[in-house]
Design a protein around this ligand. Structure first.
Ligand code: BGC
Length: 799
């Protein structure tokens, strides 16, 4: 098969040449919620694409994309924030293989993940589903997972492309971000994963990017993704993200998911007739769907079947190893590892009813579930005793006075206390952002009360994203366990007693206060636009540049042993360098560490972050062992994005290469001279971390766009926006009532899913109502409804 352009095969083009226009249009939209259309006459089978990302969510009954209805049992691996904290590409590739094998066993063609959006602000509702605040860590983690999944003959899907960093009004918010920031921060991770792992598919984001829906963004979907980076797979919509399908196809969007029951078909045909969409664009999209369908079928035919129950045992053990590798020890005065003996008080309902994954489309039905309480009790065995008190309610995070008293009594009778706190499920989910970074008050109260009375208290914090820890100095140790998947309980026990080491290093900074952050001022504040006025200054780039210390810096994580770096050796020429530095385990236990290489540009035409991570190496060493950490750097290590030439440019000059164990723990430094380079056009730096109107205008290179108001109503106005007019309120009430009625009969309904469902529905754009109505509300009727609502409201205003 010959690759014609960006992976479209001649065979697929030949098939397309025999199709009618109607067939091509049908083929470029889903058959149902999770499957593509088959083309029986040509022997092209339908295939399944489903979530993702850290476990398979294959629904066999009722379908949804917000995690409501059940799915087949599958291994729930740690979520991305824990995976990102491992900094371990080999391990993540292993996870990818396991995910791929489970997909194969269930005949799934494409797994919808990994997600690798940048954590612009820790309050992002899907922070648990993303790896890092840094594009290099995100891109490398995603590439490793993609390699593993695809090595099993299953497609991976990079999502959500691009600049998708909040859940508030997620389907119609406009990310306003300057070109340099987009390239250096928000696109680089995708670029790394595309170039290093050639994913079969990419999913476009719901949001707009600088005024254009991500699914209609030709510059993103064709010019950057395909022409520049060489992506040769298929681009699909996020679920019901379509805004104007003909414009999407023109931009390079191949597949609308899920099926919109033909809602757009006539409009696509009309656009071809009118010449606003070329027939060739439609042909290429259809050919890409066929190419992928044939690939899925060929891979399936060439591979043996998977023994699922054997795989589940093996994958559970892997999930346990990975959860320990991502668990990050934030503080430790020596209390850890605990001797597995004596009386240990385990306090906290999450020890028995674990929080191990996040809510929404990534909700996996685990094959089994470890708890800290059961695994620790088993581990201690006859050598001691575990006393347990829940301390709070796992679902609500609230506590009664009696629960607090019981917790204090258990602790008073114990040699050591393991206190498990964290974010209840309702605090973090797809569909909405957090509005603060605090733990539930009852959890903070428990920390205060127990640390005041006991001198051996270990706090285990679970949750997918940073929380503020004003109490951080009071416990004897803090273990950030993230959302460690179905084996998290066992992994936490392993780390607590030292059967495993805490392998994690933070892939995101933990701020002292959310309000410290430059991104805070414009995070989820404006319903219509997200103005990225902090530009490059996200995470450690902000903390290091503006000397606002994080509570725990990027890259931080303690070990049960200690490491020392020797003298770094830098070799290479031009813009290529290899840094090699001896690392010695100077402690008494085996352990791993991550050597991080940051680059500081000594003099630059453009403002640049104080330092940026450009490479890292994870090493596991026996006590006394020394090995070299080797990091290779190419021209991108020194480059900036030049907005005048729209390209990467390296300026000649001196660069500092800073090696260390976190962004603030730099222990070795070398200088690198880059002798030849290009010209960069100056753009004035904002005076502070948050650009003013004038500065933001200069960064954007054009006036700050005015958001399109949601009234008069249009396709992007949401269900919540309808409350702006009397007629709209009636429609809104009817729509919400309908959804909540259907929801009320759902046997799986809980308060958390109801909250998510409400948020999801209120954020839904009007076009999506038509697309999910299964033909009951056509787009033409939606147009009429919108027109009537607008006309009535304007008339009422005039009267
Ligand atoms: C999410 C995607 C997910 C899709 C299918 C969407 O709501 O944004 O990440 O893959 O649903 O469930």
């Amino acid at each position: 098969m010959t690759d014609i352009a960006h992976g479209v095969t001649q065979q697929a083009l030949d098939i397309v040449s025999r199709l009618t226009r109607a067939e091509k249009i049908r083929l470029t939209s889903g058959k149902d919620f999770w499957r593509t259309e088959p083309l029986d006459s040509e022997g092209v089978a339908s295939f399944m694409l489903t979530d993702g990302p850290h476990g398979l969510r294959k629904q066999t009954g009722d379908t949804d994309h917000v995690g409501l209805n059940s799915s087949v049992p599958a291994t729930c691996f740690p979520t991305a924030s824990a995976l990102g904290s491992t900094w371990d590409a080999d391990l993540l590739e292993e996870v990818g293989h396991a995910l791929g094998r489970e997909c194969r066993a269930e005949e799934v063609g494409v797994l919808l993940g990994p997600g690798l959006n940048i954590k612009r602000h820790p309050a992002g509702g899907r922070s648990f589903e993303y790896f890092s605040e840094d594009p290099l860590v995100s891109g490398k983690a995603a590439a490793a997972l993609v390699r593993g999944i695809q090595a099993e003959g299953v497609g991976a899907c990079l999502k959500h492309f691009a600049a998708n960093s909040q859940e508030t009004r997620r389907m119609s918010n406009d990310s306003i971000v300057d070109e340099r920031t987009l390239r250096e921060i928000y696109l680089t991770g995708f670029e790394i994963a595309v170039k290093e792992a050639q994913p079969w598919t990419v999913m476009c984001a719901y949001n707009l990017v600088n005024g254009v829906h991500a699914g209609e963004h030709r510059e993103l979907l064709t010019e950057i993704l395909r022409d520049e980076w060489g992506f040769d797979g298929l681009v699909m919509t996020d679920w019901i993200a379509t805004h104007e399908r003909p414009a999407g196809i023109h931009a390079g969007l191949d597949l609308e998911m899920p099926s919109s029951a033909g809602a757009w078909d006539q409009r696509v045909a009309d656009a071809v007739d009118a010449g606003t969409l070329s027939g060739e664009d439609l042909d290429v999209a259809a050919a890409r769907v066929i190419t992928l369908a044939l690939k899925v079928a060929a891979e399936r035919a060439s591979r043996a079947t998977v023994d699922v129950s054997a795989a589940h045992d093996e994958h559970h053990a892997l999930a346990r190893r990975v959860a320990a590798a991502g668990a990050t020890l934030l503080t430790n005065d020596g209390v850890l590892p605990l001797a597995p003996e004596g009386r240990i008080a385990v306090i906290g309902a999450f020890a028995d009813k674990p929080r191990f994954q996040g809510g929404g489309s990534a909700l996996v039905n685990p094959t089994r579930l470890d708890t800290v309480l059961a695994t620790l009790t088993e581990r201690i065995g006859d050598a001691g005793e575990v006393l347990y008190a829940p301390g709070y309610d796992a679902a609500t995070g609230e506590a009664t006075d009696a629960q607090l008293t019981d917790a204090l009594t258990a602790a008073a009778n114990a040699d050591s206390v393991v206190l498990v706190v964290g974010l209840p499920l309702s605090y973090e989910s797809e569909g909405y952002d957090r509005d603060h970074l605090q733990l539930p008050p009852s959890h903070t109260r428990l920390i205060q009360a127990l640390t005041a009375r006991h001198d051996r208290v270990v706090v285990v914090n679970v949750g997918g994203a940073p929380v503020e820890m004003p109490w951080a100095d009071t416990p004897n140790a803090i273990l950030q366990a993230y959302l460690g998947g179905q084996a998290a309980g066992g992994a936490i026990t392993d780390v607590l007693v030292g059967d495993a080491e805490p392998g994690g290093r933070l892939a995101e900074s933990f701020p002292v206060n959310a309000t410290d952050l430059a991104s805070h001022a414009n995070f989820a504040t404006n319903p219509l636009q997200a103005q990225y006025r902090e530009n490059l200054y996200v995470g450690y780039r902000f903390h290091d540049m503006f000397s606002v210390p994080a509570r725990f810096p990027f890259g931080h994580g303690l070990s049960y042993t200690s490491f020392q770096l020797g003298k770094a050796k830098v070799t290479g020429s031009g813009t290529d360098r290899t840094v090699s530095v001896p690392v010695t385990n100077t402690g008494t236990r085996a352990g791993s560490t991550v050597v991080q290489a940051y680059v500081h540009d000594v003099e630059s035409t453009l403002h640049r972050p104080e330092q940026e991570l450009r490479g890292f190496a994870k090493l596991t060493l026996e006590p006394g062992q020394t090995a070299d950490a080797v990091v290779t750097l190419d021209e991108r290590a020194w480059a900036v994005w030049d907005t005048a030439t729209h390209g990467w440019v390296v300026e000649a000059g001196t660069f500092e290469l800073r090696l260390g164990f976190s962004s603030t723990d730099i222990v070795a430094m070398s200088t690198v001279e880059i002798n030849a380079g290009g010209e960069v056009t100056a753009v004035p730096a904002p005076a502070s971390a948050i650009a003013t109107d004038t500065e933001f205008t200069a960064l954007l290179g054009r006036p700050i766009p005015q958001p399109t108001p949601s009234f008069p109503f249009h396709y992007d106005s949401t269900v919540a926006d309808l409350s702006a007019t009397a007629g709209g309120r009636l429609v809104e009430k009817a729509l919400m009532a309908q959804v909540m009625k259907a929801f009320g009969t759902d046997p799986n309904a809980t308060d958390e899913t109801e909250q998510m469902m409400q948020a999801f529905m209120r954020n839904m754009p009007l076009r999506a109502i038509a697309m999910t109505s299964e033909g009951k509300l056509s787009l033409a009727n939606l147009d009429r409804l919108i027109k009537t609502l607008n006309a009535t409201a304007l008339k009422a205003k005039r009267a």
